[in-house]
Write a protein that binds this ligand. Structure first.
Ligand SMILES: Cc1cc2nc3c(=O)[nH]c(=O)nc-3n(C[C@H](O)[C@H](O)[C@H](O)COP(=O)(O)OP(=O)(O)OC[C@H]3O[C@@H](n4cnc5c(N)ncnc54)[C@H](O)[C@@H]3O)c2cc1C
Length: 361
């Protein structure tokens, strides 16, 4: 590692997955000077994810937590980043939801006629399942969720990294806690002086000595990138597994979910599970292009983590994006920047003080 020149910034951001990228974006917009440290880890969750925003989820078809306020911020933020970086990453998408029996159909209809779901659930019209009618084993029927999207978050962080490199705002290295010096109103890290340091380390936050007491779980997920030559699926399908259209006849297929993992590598078991599910579902051939795995940064109560260290007010955290980083990330990054720059009180629903007593300044 080469010694860098002395640097003075407002905020040093550690981690440049989706959380660190969005935080940096909002900080720069707020006029802060930023430097980022990230190790460019190949199995970061953001590089493995499908980037689905699905407003209605779960077995009971409930609206995702806070979704009405998350969606407008997500759409505006990703579109702004598209403009800034000259890329297309935000794809509005409908999600087809397979309904397997009468009970599921009834539950779906109950939601469909609930006025608070009207923005998201289609009623009345016939649902067009496109090529799935030719190349997939049919479910009993299908519901359709609208208002969702697929966001190429892996592409986003790659292009944002290139932008940060071109402006000298990122160092590719592993952050070493032994070299962090906490001063009166600042921090010093290997020649970088910052008023604040914000940790956005994803699942690796478990190793952060300043925030290690938070209830991280970490959920391992595996996914496949496949080529399906014959079919031209246009919509996202949730039928046991997810099939997510990408470009060039490729699809993201996933995923597994494992809270009891020992590492973050792709496994034979994960691959067999996904191949089995996809073979049961499709009536046409597919070719595996890639097999990916990563740990989702999940927290015990499934809520994000934003906030300030109780004894060291220069230290902040942004984590806990869990299984829904694409929708949660923009809103909570914006909230944290308002805490940092405008003195806002963090929303108690995401504030880390829900797990520890609030002390300090
Ligand atoms: C299989 C799978 C499918 C998913 N699908 C979806 C989906 O469809 N929709 C959705 O919304 N979400 C999905 N997710 C979840 C989503 O990926 C996460 O919510 C989000 O990407 C988390 O971003 P993050 O920045 O917190 O973490 P990460 O992406 O892991 O980024 C953290 C970065 O910080 C770096 N870092 C950590 N510690 C250090 C250190 N000491 N020094 C230097 N660098 C460090 C890491 O190496 C990494 O580069 C999925 C996840 C998986 C695994």
């Amino acid at each position: 590692m080469t010694e860098r020149k002395q640097l003075e910034v407002d905020v040093l951001v550690v981690g440049q997955g989706l959380a660190g990228t969005l935080l940096t974006h909002f900080l720069l917009q707020a006029g802060q000077s930023v430097h980022v440290i990230d190790d460019d880890y190949p199995r970061a969750a953001t590089k493995v994810a499908a980037g689905i925003i699905n407003p209605v989820t779960g077995r009971r078809y409930v609206k995702s937590w806070y979704i009405d306020r998350l969606l407008p911020t997500a759409e505006a933020t990703y579109q702004q980043l598209e403009k800034q970086l000259g890329i297309i990453i935000y794809h509005p998408q409908k999600v087809l939801r397979a309904l397997f029996n009468q009970r599921e159909e009834n539950d779906w209809l109950v939601r469909a006629y609930d006025p608070s779901y009207q923005a998201y659930i289609q009623t009345g019209e016939k649902i067009d399942i496109g090529d799935y009618s030719r190349y997939a084993i049919p479910a009993l029927s299908y519901g359709e969720v609208r208002g969702g999207a697929q966001v190429d978050i892996g592409e986003l962080i790659g292009r944002y990294r290139a932008y940060l490199r071109s402006t000298g705002m990122i160092s590719t290295e592993t952050f070493n806690f032994q070299e962090l010096h906490i001063e009166q109103n600042a921090i010093d890290y290997r020649g970088i002086k910052a008023k604040t340091i914000a940790f956005c380390e994803g699942a690796k936050a478990k190793n952060n000595p300043y925030f290690s007491d938070l209830p991280y779980e970490g959920n391992k997920g595996e996914a496949l990138i496949v080529k399906i030559t014959k079919a031209d699926f246009q919509k996202i399908l949730k039928q046991g597994i997810f099939i997510v259209p990408l470009t060039n006849g490729q699809y993201w297929v996933g995923s597994t979910s494992n809270n009891y993992h020992t590492d973050d590598r792709p496994t034979e078991e994960g691959r067999n599970y996904l191949v089995g599910k996809l073979s049961e579902l499709l009536t046409t051939n597919f070719e595996i292009i890639e097999h990916r795995a990563a740990i989702r940064p999940t927290i015990k109560d499934r809520r994000p983590l934003i906030g300030r260290h109780p004894e060291h007010p220069q230290l902040y955290i942004f984590n806990g994006l869990g299984t829904k980083g694409t929708s949660l990330g923009p809103y909570w990054a914006d909230q944290l920047v308002k805490v940092l720059t405008e003195g806002h009180i963090p929303d108690p629903a995401a504030d880390i003080s829900r797990f520890r007593p609030r002390t300090g300044k």
